[in-house]
Design a protein around this ligand. Structure first.
Ligand code: ADP
Ligand code: MG
Length: 370
């Protein structure tokens, strides 16, 4: 157990500590809600940042400070808005740092608790999908003019599919636990699509699509909604770093449109729901169609396919490696997860023409900036 009150005392917050307890369903950081005694003072979120996943927490927090203060200025320019609720507010320590390091080397940070929020793990309507798309699209356009040097890479090669493929091939060669023979079909599936899946990287290298600032973890529960189910705030900024717009769009489509579970053992339950795809795409392009170039737009539907491929590849790699990265709940869990992701990909392949048509529909009437 952590001495929460003692940790909190390092931060320059308002109000008096009343209680602290684990909060939320995130599984990267340790998150606590801190309540204050006074009813007219904010409550807070206290987080222990996972420094095994994020090796450079100071660099990560520098990103978070730059990103949140830039967005805050934009929100403050709108008199109808409430910056303390619409962007994360970093509470500084008494030494004016954005994080506190305890005597065990743990990194802690504190945010204002965004009150009256709703958050969902699963998207169950096109209206909610629209709000997710609108919020991540708005996040993208709010950061399009962030001044200064590029953000720090908080996890190098995170969405680098060429690197993920190399890692897979190396792991197969090493075959440390003798599972390579069990995944012959999956190997064929991966190799048949390997060149296609490097499309975004090739376009980036050719200068046809720009590196932007992307969130890189665009699950629906990383958007808080208000009581009316309208988008309120994008949270979980640990992986905000340079990336292609396809990374944000693609991972949202993977996580928000699946009719089954991410690891569903029943592959018949897994399809991409085209109505949820349409809702998300409508919201995302509503915010971004005037800043994205034509090549970026032309590859948004493809980005949908890239993510079940990439995450499926990571699951199968971890399976062959002996389950060292993802927590597993039974022996072949990573294989089951990979199969579920590849089923989602084939569902998208089947619906690809319809996906492209939807992107064209909502990108229409934009000011081409190419
Ligand atoms: N500022 C905040 N206000 C209210 N709830 C928050 C805030 N920050 C995080 N949360 C809640 O805590 C959960 C975990 O936080 P998150 O930063 O997403 O961590 P993880 O990386 O572990 O997913 C979120 O899903 C959300 O429910
Ligand atoms: Mg989260």
């Amino acid at each position: 157990m952590y001495m929460l009150e003692q940790i909190v005392s390092n931060f320059r917050h308002n109000g008096t500590y009343a209680s602290g307890a684990p909060y939320g369903s995130g599984h990267i950081n340790d998150t606590f809600k801190i309540d204050t005694k006074e009813t007219d003072q904010y409550n807070y979120i206290l987080q222990r940042v996972n420094h095994h996943v994020f090796k450079d927490v100071p660099g990560l927090m520098e990103n978070v400070e730059r990103v949140t203060s830039h967005i805050r200025k934009k929100i403050e320019a709108n008199p109808d808005s409430n910056p303390d609720r619409e962007v994360l507010t970093v509470i500084p320590t008494h030494n004016n740092s954005s994080y506190h390091v305890d005597s065990d080397g743990n990194f802690w940070r504190m945010y204002i608790f965004i009150w009256d929020n709703k958050s969902y793990d699963v998207v169950d309507s096109p209206e909610k999908a629209f709000e997710g798309g609108r919020m991540f699209g708005q996040f993208q356009s709010q950061l399009a003019d962030l001044p200064g040097k590029p953000l720090n890479d908080t996890i190098p090669n995170f969405h680098n599919i060429a690197w993920r493929l190399d890692t897979f091939m190396d792991t197969l060669k090493r075959n440390p636990v003798g599972r390579a023979d069990l995944v012959k079909e999956e190997i064929d599936f991966v190799l048949a699509r390997a060149e296609e899946m490097k499309t975004i990287l090739r376009l980036g290298e050719a200068g046809e699509i720009p590196l932007r600032i992307t969130h890189n973890d665009t699950k629906f529960n990383n958007v808080l909604l208000n009581q009316e189910d309208k988008g309120l705030c994008v949270i979980d900024l640990d992986t905000v770093m340079p990336g292609y717009v396809h990374y944000d769009f693609g991972d949202s489509i993977r996580t928000s449109t699946n009719t089954g579970a991410e690891d569903d053992p029943d592959l018949d339950k897994i399809e991409m729901d085209i109505h949820l795809f349409e809702g998300y795409t409508k919201g995302f392009l509503h915010e971004t169609k005037d800043t994205l170039n034509q090549v970026e737009i032309d590859h948004l539907a493809f980005a949908g396919k890239l993510f079940p491929y990439m995450i499926g590849l990571r699951f199968i790699t971890d399976y062959v490696d002996g389950d060292n990265y993802f927590k597993v709940h039974h022996e072949h869990h990573n294989l089951q997860r990979a199969r579920a992701q590849f089923k989602l990909l084939t569902s998208m392949e089947r619906q690809f023409e319809a996906m492209k048509e939807i992107v064209r529909k909502y990108a229409g009437g934009r000011d081409a900036k190419t």
